[in-house]
Design a protein around this ligand. Structure first.
Ligand SMILES: CC(C)(COP(=O)(O)OP(=O)(O)OC[C@H]1O[C@@H](n2cnc3c(N)ncnc32)[C@H](O)[C@@H]1OP(=O)(O)O)[C@@H](O)C(=O)NCCC(=O)NCCS
Length: 215
């Protein structure tokens, strides 16, 4: 955790420096807005709002992320998932604010999932992770949220590389990553042991220069 905190602090310094010099339209106009964006980033898409998790999210968070289908396809989500797990998750973010967002339907104000960037500062790269509650699968929400977060990572955090991985048995996640314009970099065979089974991992990434090239 100490290592993460150091990365996180350096990363925020780097991000502030980049925000001072970045003139892209996505960057909030005045200095106060820029500071707020770093402290409490809030992103909006056509149907979604990405904001920080709060205590009030705990019951729905436990219900959605507690589904076996969600835990089965992720590495770090405990199963079964309890309110204490949710509190630990929230405390972790308070202690070391990182770039984790609740995915919320804008109109219904309903929590439907989570998404985050896990920075590795010295390499100006971050790992993208996400999940969507089972009742909301197949409506393009993961793709819509991930597009906004990838843009945020390049435009506002100044990242050079964003990468992600999924279990080979989880083609829906591979589809999301391809729709982001990520490239498949390869398969790590039997790379992790999940619930007693060795799992192949598919690795994807996108570079800043590739996004810039598409603009
Ligand atoms: C992976 C996950 C985030 C996708 O969320 P989602 O909101 O349903 O994703 P989207 O609707 O944006 O896109 C899913 C795509 O996968 C496709 N898909 C779904 N099941 C599929 C399957 N079995 N095989 C191939 N493609 C599949 C969908 O058709 C859709 O593609 P389309 O838009 O071209 O039709 C969601 O299933 C989930 O949370 N799973 C559990 C946690 C997880 O896997 N997290 C990612 C860890 S790497």
């Amino acid at each position: 955790m100490a290592t993460y905190d150091r990365f996180s602090t350096t990363f925020r310094k780097l991000s502030r420096k980049l925000l001072r010099t970045n003139t892209a339209a996505a960057v909030p106009a005045c200095r106060a807005e820029r500071a707020d964006a770093m402290k409490d980033p809030l992103l909006q898409t056509r149907r979604l709002e990405l904001r920080r998790f709060t205590e009030a999210d705990i019951p729905e968070l436990v219900r959605l992320i507690g589904a076996r289908e969600v835990a089965a396809n992720t590495l770090r989500i405990p199963h079964p998932y309890t309110a204490d797990d949710a509190r630990e998750f929230l405390d972790g973010h308070r202690a070391r604010p990182d770039f984790a967002f609740a995915i919320v339907l804008r109109i219904q104000r309903r929590l439907i999932g989570g998404i985050g960037l896990h920075p590795e500062t010295q390499h100006q790269r971050a790992e993208l992770g996400y999940w969507v509650g089972v009742p909301y699968w197949g409506k393009g929400y993961a793709t819509e949220a991930a597009q906004a977060v990838v843009r945020y990572g390049f435009d506002q955090l100044g990242l050079n590389r964003i990468f992600a991985s999924h279990f080979r048995q989880n083609p829906a996640s591979g589809k999301v990553l391809k729709k982001l314009g990520m490239r498949h970099e390869g398969r790590m065979r039997q790379h992790v042991l999940k619930w007693g089974e060795f799992m192949d991992i598919e690795l994807y990434s996108i570079l800043r220069e590739e996004v810039a090239g598409r603009k």
